[in-house]
Design a protein around this ligand. Structure first.
Ligand code: PEP
Ligand code: MN
Length: 337
């Protein structure tokens, strides 16, 4: 439910509405505009709730949000969410390329990676320090040491850094070292982690679970926003289907519907969708064409030596080729790269 107050409502009247909401166990989230204040109301809205608040003097209108993902829906917030980190902007209509190796492996590898990304005009480097691996015997990531190396590479080369968090206990330290945090596909419904991500200020890339419906995906985003962090970037990364010719099936229709349903930026991960580097460029182009706000791509200085996801990691020169080939598509759909 959204409560729109009359223009120039006094502070004490706003407080009165907030108090009334709290009495009914609602959580008020006021937004002060130039002319009027709008209060977004979180909680279990009953059929009679809007009428009750409509009768307050300073209330101009009460709008009931019907979508279950209230804060993530366009119904609630028709303007696009634009995410700014320093001079980098996501969701403003430009096309953002996030690229980097699957993981932080060594100091040399991550600094070399940062240089490759920077040389290709990439402003955000991805690399994981905490790794969700199917096998407990596979490389598990460098942990906090990896976060430190990632930050060092970002600072030395002058590029923003993005990394995955798997454990609620690691959220504060990861937020200290990285500019953007990621919830991986396997943790999309780790609700405690989502709530913790809501408490930090940095943007969160939320990946779609491999068997998650669009509604479940948006409800996961809702957890982060309702916990206080509105800077959520949705990421389609392929879903499990009967097909075995590639790692996952890239659901580009999800991008189209998400752009209709939500004000949040939507990006695509063609690397985890395909599992094969030769599919990454075509899928990136398709992502731009369908209306994505960007892509997150795996690139490694020496993919054959990568400790994880080498087969889907681009060679540095393929990143250059990707950028070159995607530009005309971005232009055709009115996006700047
Ligand atoms: C990753 O980005 O390295 C990753 C593990 O992706 P996902 O969570 O989509 O499988
Ligand atoms: Mn990976």
């Amino acid at each position: 439910m959204i409560i729109v107050l009359k223009p120039n409502t006094k502070k004490e009247d706003i407080e009165h509405v907030k108090e009334k909401l709290k009495e009914k166990d609602f959580k008020p989230m006021p937004f002060e505009g130039d002319e009027r204040t709008v209060i977004h109301v979180i909680g279990d809205v009953r059929d009679d709730s809007p009428d009750e608040f409509k009768s307050i003097d300073c209330v101009e209108n009460v709008i009931r949000i019907l979508k279950p993902y209230k804060l993530a829906s366009k119904e609630h917030h028709s303007q696009k969410t634009i995410i700014k980190i320093g001079d980098v902007v996501i969701g403003n209509g430009d096309f953002t390329v996030i690229a980097g190796p699957d993981s932080v492996e060594t100091e040399e590898q991550i600094i070399e990676s940062a240089k490759i990304m920077k040389a290709n005009g990439v402003k955000i480097m991805r690399a994981s320090a905490f790794k969700p691996r199917t096998s407990p015997y596979s490389f598990q990531g460098l942990g906090i040491e990896g976060l430190k190396l990632l930050r060092k590479a970002g600072d030395e080369v002058g590029i923003l850094v993005e990394t995955e968090v798997m454990d609620v206990r690691d959220v504060p330290i990861a937020a200290e070292y990285a500019d953007i945090l990621r919830v991986g596909a396997r943790n999309m419904q780790n609700f405690d982690l989502l709530k913790e991500m809501g408490k930090v200020k940095c943007p969160i890339i939320l990946k779609r679970g491999m068997s998650a419906t669009i509604k479940e995906f948006l409800m996961a985003a809702e957890y982060i926003i309702a916990s206080g962090n509105r800077n959520v970037i949705l990421c389609e990364r392929g879903i499990r289907t009967f097909e075995t010719a590639y790692r996952n099936t890239l659901d580009l229709e999800a991008v189209a519907i998400l752009k209709q349903e939500t004000h949040l930026p939507v990006i695509v991960d063609p690397s985890h969708a395909s599992g094969k580097r030769e599919l990454v460029i075509p899928l990136s182009k398709a992502s731009a064409a369908v209306g994505a706000d960007g892509i997150i791509v795996e690139v490694h200085p020496e993919p054959e030596k990568a400790l994880c996801d080498g087969a889907q990691s681009l060679y540095p020169e393929q990143l250059t080729q990707l950028i070159k080939e995607i530009k005309p598509i971005c232009k055709a759909v009115g996006r700047k790269l």
